[in-house]
Design a protein around this ligand. Structure first.
Ligand code: NAP
Length: 246
């Protein structure tokens, strides 16, 4: 039996992309997993069935992370179904690209609501509820260092996530809970691929010295490290998992 067999992880935005890979990986590591989604119920349920089939434990939980009441209900689901929460992976996120001159209020407000308020909502619940030995992993982005044109609003929300990572680390002193962020580079998911011409995808894939796009499993491996026994001494860090792009 795995060392983490009775531990419980909530993964936000786990119906697809990086979050789905993280949920599957943590289930394989022995965690009971709450598979959070906003709209993609079918994909979340299919993932839960996949995890069940391989002997893992998972439950799907609908919650728009921008809604504090829905987030509180999701933590209650975890506590009711699995007895508590040990790991929070803040993965849910959106990305819309536009120059600052061309960004409208709706784009700005939605990024703040999902990427920033959504992360705040789950961090607040986690800070109140996580058991001793807990781990929090926030998914940021390497754009906080790359800072390319058109990423202004998105990068600003992720920089804020990194700031909250550092602050919460200190606020949880004495609780034996680590708080870290992972900053992926270009990763082959809908969020990255949708709307980009193949030529741009190919160019971005070659930009890292490892000359390929990240895969969701690459990021899941880094989360698994931070959530598992080997990551115990890493605290308050933002780790760039990006093939060396920056
Ligand atoms: P993705 O394939 O678009 O998946 C996003 C996931 O987030 C979906 O499961 C979606 O669920 C969920 N989601 C969106 N809004 C939500 C909300 N309000 N409440 C709850 N769930 C919500 O994106 P991804 O590439 O895997 O991105 C995952 C994270 O990695 C994001 O934080 C992103 O910023 C970050 N990231 C990605 C890249 C990249 O290149 N892909 C690079 C750096 C960082 P529904 O379908 O159910 O709405």
């Amino acid at each position: 039996m795995s060392e983490t067999s009775s531990r419980v992880a909530i993964v936000t935005g786990a119906s697809g992309g990086i979050g789905a890979a993280v949920a599957e990986r943590l289930a394989g590591d022995g965690f009971a997993v709450v598979v959070n989604y906003a709209g993609s119920a079918g994909a979340a349920e299919a993932l839960v069935r996949r995890i069940d089939k391989t002997g893992g434990r998972a439950v799907a939980a609908q919650a728009d992370v921008s809604d504090p009441a829905a987030v509180a209900r999701m933590f209650e689901t975890a506590e009711t179904d699995f007895g508590g929460v040990d790991v929070l992976v803040n993965n849910a996120g959106i990305m819309g690209l536009a120059t600052i001159a061309e960004s409208n209020d709706a784009l700005f407000d939605r990024h703040i609501a999902v990427n920033l308020k959504g992360t705040f909502n789950t961090l607040r619940e986690a800070a109140r509820r996580l058991r001793s030995g807990g781990r929090i992993v926030n998914i940021s982005s390497s754009v906080t260092t790359l800072l390319q044109p058109t990423y202004g609003v998105y990068a600003a929300t992720k920089a804020a996530v990194e700031a909250m990572t550092s602050v919460l680390t200190k606020e949880l002193r004495g609780r034996n809970i680590t708080v870290n962020a992972i900053a992926p580079g270009p990763t082959a998911t809908k969020l990255f691929l949708d709307g980009k011409p193949q030529e741009l995808i190919d160019r971005l894939a070659k930009a890292a010295p490892l000359e390929r796009l990240g895969q969701p499993d690459d990021i899941a491996a880094a989360v698994s490290f931070l959530a598992g026994p080997d990551g115990a001494w890493v605290n308050g860090q933002t780790i760039r998992a990006n093939g060396g792009i920056v």
